[in-house]
Write a new protein. Sequence first.
Length: 263
Amino acid sequence: MKSFTFSHAITRKPSGSIVAGLRAVDTGTPDLGLMLAHHADYIVALRSTGATVVELDAAEAFPDSVFVEDTALCLPKGAVVMRPGAPTRLGEAALMEPNLRALYGQVLRIEGADSYIEGGDILVTETEVLVGRSARTNGAGVAELARLIAPWGHDVREVFTPPGVLHFKTDCSLLDAETILSTRRLDASGCFAGYRVIHVADGEEACANTIRFNDLVIMPAGFPRTRDLLVQAGYKVQEIGNSECAKLDGGMSCLSLRFTPKP
């Protein structure tokens, strides 16, 4: 399975302005110091697998810019710069583009004036690219992405994110070639037919956003029943603190772009 075999990751240091970041529900102001500590632990975990991790400087003009995943889709043959559905985040995508061009021979953009799409709504498996319609990703954005990446051999399947859930990957993660970690509410839609599905433990839905990065499953700390399910299923699990990013609807996948560019 190559979907989680990565040579590179891009991260961005949290900015002081993150206290003004977007959030669906106000559960408190993030503690920047604690967030920085958690972010450092996250980078150590990525690097422990042998990957090259590019750490970008904080972008004070963009409070949500630590969540780099929403700015691009990185595939082996090229990257696609997204067009975020939150207007305040449009500049983040432009800021990311030069960093992608330094690593990829081909970088495309979502450019349609009516197109909106964020990386948090995209799950890449061995056989397809699942894109969830949400408050941040619309049908025009899904259709434009499908056109752009078809020449690279990728098939896009449009699915739908449950009401009240910010991003498709808020509720799911790829664990291996045939296995998805998912909330029951998302799996109930039938979008994972043909895959093996492990449900997060009841009451632990917030840990569905987990990443498989090389030999590690990196998950947020504080969800012991789901952690035990994954360990029992044979996965090597590492927990990382996420209490502060969670106040801004952020999870493990949000904090990095993960990829292996072809020369």
